[in-house]
Unconditional design. Structure first.
Length: 320
């Protein structure tokens, strides 16, 4: 598998002529968006002002504001649709195939939702899921798949109005693990202890009724970052060796975002919270900027590099 520096070189050297063309397209698209957005805002403001003058109704005003945002979002997505598709075909797909030509890339699909449910990473069952940029295949003979994934929960208030809340949004990865296991072990960000301190945090962890039994690990560094729940204490410690715990700490440090990990259904599941689409083209910032380029390159390398990072291709344990 190609390293991060090799992917960066490929992005700038091989893809640079394409990037320059896309950069010109981006500037024209940005101008169109600003122009159309200005007209749309002016017309919307006129309509909302008329409603406010003739119908002093705060609910109607609030609805108008929501409609303005909703319709504006639809217009924006329509305007960037073709440019997004071109960017993914000419930039993201070549980046993926240069890592391994056997990897499949489906820009308009996402990882099957049953993987999200089976992972047991989140206690809420989603009522709506969507996502994109689905990659599947083998790295070093290890099956791996990942995509952008957004899971939401539906809520209804006393008046029957529907609203949605996000359960998870970010990068969701499923990979074969190098050991069979019968139970399920979940590794979550330790927000309770870091927020409330050791005493209250430990109490909250132990009384998380939506989870299996709390597992205390003998790594101080790991305990500061993660909390572990499992329905099999012995198996959890067998899976989470000192080596693997250190590798998960390194992986979290690399990602710079909250990381959720589970070992269940013979797979390792990793959810990295980003709260945005990861492989969408930048519209208001140059594609030629190093920081923008590295967001695409490093995220891809982080996802696909999980096999190498956690040494999933090394048979540390024999499969039963």
């Amino acid at each position: 598998m190609k390293g991060l520096s090799e992917l960066t070189d490929f992005y700038y050297k091989t893809l640079f002529p394409t990037l320059e063309k896309l950069e010109e397209d981006r500037k024209h698209l940005r101008y169109r968006i600003l122009l159309i957005g200005g007209f749309y805002t002016l017309i919307s403001a006129t309509i909302i002002f008329y409603i406010f003058q003739h119908h002093i109704d705060l609910e109607g005003l609030a609805f108008s504001g929501i409609a303005y945002v909703g319709v504006g979002g639809f217009i924006y997505k329509f305007l960037i649709k073709d440019y997004t598709a071109e960017f993914k075909e000419k930039i993201i797909r070549p980046l993926i195939t240069t890592i391994d030509e056997k990897l499949s890339y489906l820009p308009n699909s996402h990882i099957p939702s049953q993987h999200f449910t089976r992972s047991k990473l989140f206690t809420s069952t989603p009522d709506r899921v969507n996502g994109n940029d689905y990659v599947t295949g083998k790295i070093d003979n290890i099956n791996i798949q990942f995509s952008d994934f957004h899971a939401e929960k539906r809520h209804k208030d006393s008046k029957g109005r529907t609203s949605w809340s996000t359960i998870f949004q970010g990068l969701f990865i499923v990979s074969e693990f190098n050991k069979n296991f019968k139970g399920s072990t979940v590794v979550l960000p330790d927000t309770a202890q870091s927020t409330f301190g050791d005493l209250v945090g430990n109490w909250l962890q132990s009384n998380n009724f939506g989870r299996d039994e709390l597992v205390k690990m003998d790594s101080v560094a790991f305990e500061k970052e993660f909390v572990v729940y499992s329905n099999d204490q012995i198996e959890a410690r067998y899976i989470l060796t000192h080596t693997l715990m250190q590798k998960l700490l390194n992986y979290k440090k690399r990602s710079k975002h909250p990381v959720y990990v589970s070992f269940t259904s013979k797979n390792i599941h990793i959810a990295i919270e980003y709260n945005k689409d990861l492989f969408e083209p930048s519209i208001f910032h140059s594609l030629l900027k190093y920081k923008i380029a590295m967001e695409y390159v490093s995220t891809l390398h982080l996802a696909i590099g999980i096999v190498e990072e956690l040494k999933l291709n090394q048979k540390l344990w024999s499969k039963l």
